[in-house]
Design a protein around this ligand. Structure first.
Ligand code: AMP
Length: 260
């Protein structure tokens, strides 16, 4: 049986995909030819939702629920740095899928499915979305490709035996679902506050192994399927006006904004 340990208890391996994205503090600039955003010379970091996923996996390991955490990143060779950050936070080993192709969710999901079939994890914990292109698609596609249960936008995860209870952030409030493992769970902002890696752990992470594979090794053609027509800056916000009296405000709302 997948994940069975020698002592008869289930080994809980967790895969955590971590994407290298423009750091959330950086003001994103659109390339002058409108083909995308500027990444040259820009600070890159782990996608914040993936940091939350790593943190949750590490907490599950600290509680004795998880036995191994594998961080996976796909893209240019520098994605290895993102994996090192995950290793410094507490992941055990990494897999880098190296490619210069601009990856889209379906290609990422297919490659994650291939890795999942080989690694046989009981849980894949990943971000609900990458903050660069806000696709919010990879987790759902992966669940469909593997035929596994999914709990998306998680703000609380409890694992008991072969079941995960996931509290989901939905429009009207919180929804609690119970799903069978193996499963995909995607993280929302309120799940936890990720830790900073300590210096000793950063040093230790240097010795942890990172396996290097190519999309072809996983039997996947990562060529893009979506064509981006154009990327533009949002319209500049216009300055507000100060009104002196309530009557003036009401008049403006009636005649200019036409909202009352
Ligand atoms: P998205 O569907 O692109 O918004 O991304 C959702 C999640 O999929 C991210 O938070 C990551 O966990 C994972 N993911 C997407 N692209 C990559 C990538 N290139 N490498 C590793 N993980 C990725």
């Amino acid at each position: 049986m997948p994940g069975q340990q020698g002592n008869g208890t289930l080994a809980m391996k967790i895969l955590v995909p971590v994407k290298r994205v423009v750091d959330y503090n950086v003001k994103v600039r659109v390339k002058s030819d409108g083909t995308g955003i500027e990444t040259a010379g820009v600070k890159m970091s782990m996608n914040p939702f993936d940091e939350i996923a790593i943190e949750e996996a590490v907490r599950l390991k600290e509680k004795g629920v998880a036995t191994e955490i594998v961080a996976i990143s796909m893209g240019v060779p520098q994605c290895a740095e993102t994996i090192r950050t995950a290793l410094a936070m507490g992941a055990d080993r990494g897999i880098l899928v190296e490619t210069d192709v601009a990856l889209q969710p379906l290609a990422v999901a297919k490659m994650l499915a291939a890795i999942a079939r080989k690694e046989e994890p009981r849980l894949i914990l990943m971000g609900k979305q990458a903050i660069d292109d806000d696709m919010n698609a990879t987790g759902q596609m992966l669940a469909a490709l593997l035929g596994w249960s999914q709990g998306t936008f998680a703000s609380k995860i409890t694992i008991e035996g072969d079941t995960a209870t996931v509290v989901r952030e939905v429009d009207g409030g919180l929804e609690t679902v119970s799903i069978d493992l193996p499963a995909i769970v995607t993280t929302d902002l309120r799940l936890n506050e990720p830790r900073y890696a300590s210096l000793p752990n950063i040093m230790k992470a240097r010795k942890k192994p990172i396996e290097n594979v190519k999309p072809a090794d996983l039997g996947v053609d990562p060529a893009p399927r979506l064509i981006f027509l154009k990327v533009t800056e949002p319209p500049k916000r216009v300055a507000g006006v100060k009104v002196r009296t309530v009557a003036e405000l009401v008049a403006k709302l009636k005649t200019e904004a036409k909202v009352i």
